[in-house]
Each structure stands twice: as structure tokens, then as C-alpha cells.
Unconditional design. Structure first.
Length: 139
């Protein structure tokens, strides 16, 4: 499967109008003064990582018959101080809300995601140490 995206710069600072191969539009970048106009490229990588891992987690929790009502994910990435300023350390934190969620099953799912399933994570971990943490909130 090929993934496609197109970007256009119209002379405004460092702002790009992007469109995915599926027609989803996104604005990326900053104005001349450095003020955000859209998401930053590396922020988008963090969002991609969180949503890729998160969708895998949702799938696995359903297969493991865990009653998860909501998942919150935060991704924090540290980058190198010199060019090309790649990510060097990334931590993903998951908060799962539900009833009687088994922590061992969450750990098993997140380990599978780290080891095999999240393609974005496997791209990021070529340059960065990756780790995760999770908590369960009984509702």
C-alpha cells in the first residue's frame, strides 16, 4: 500500500497547506515571526505515533474483551541538539478508563505494539529510545 501527501507553500512564512492522498487537509508550520499557524512537522509525527499505537491498543483491548470506555494518549519526544535533530527519546503515556481493566492485558497489548504492530513506532525507534507507561482509571 502506498501513502501519498501533497504540500503547497504560497509565500506565507513557513506555512504549508497539505492534503493527504485521501483528501484530508492540514496546515503545517509557522508565520515569519515563528508563531504557529498549524501543527509542526514533528508534532505531527508525535500525533501519528500516538494514533497508530492507540488504534492498535483499541483493537487489542476489544479482542481481549476488556471494557475500555476511553483512552487518552500523550507522546513526548526529545530531539537531538544538532542537525538533523532527530528524535532521541520518546515516551508514550496511556490512560485507560473503564471497568475492571486487567493491567496484565494492557501491558501485553502495549508490549506487542512496541515489538511488532505500530509501524510509526518502528520508524521512530530507528533513532530514538522509545518507552511507554500506562495507568488505569476505574469508572
Amino acid at each position: 500500500m502506498a501513502h501519498k501527501a501533497a504540500l503547497t507553500w504560497n509565500g506565507n512564512g513557513y506555512v504549508f497547506d497539505g492534503i493527504t492522498g485521501k483528501g484530508i487537509q492540514v496546515q503545517i508550520g509557522t508565520d515569519e515571526a515563528g508563531n504557529p499557524v498549524g501543527a509542526g512537522p514533528k508534532e505531527l509525527v508525535c500525533l501519528a505515533l500516538g494514533s497508530c499505537a492507540g488504534s492498535n491498543l483499541v483493537t487489542m483491548m476489544k479482542k481481549m474483551r476488556q471494557q475500555v470506555d476511553k483512552i487518552e494518549i500523550s507522546v513526548e519526544a526529545q530531539q537531538a541538539d544538532t542537525d538533523p535533530m532527530v528524535f532521541t527519546h520518546v515516551i508514550s503515556r496511556y490512560t485507560l478508563y473503564g471497568k475492571q481493566i486487567d493491567p496484565a492485558k494492557v501491558k501485553k497489548a502495549l508490549d506487542y505494539i512496541e515489538e511488532k504492530y505500530c509501524g510509526v513506532l518502528h520508524m521512530v525507534n530507528k533513532t530514538a529510545k522509545t518507552e511507554y507507561a500506562f495507568e488505569i482509571v476505574e469508572v
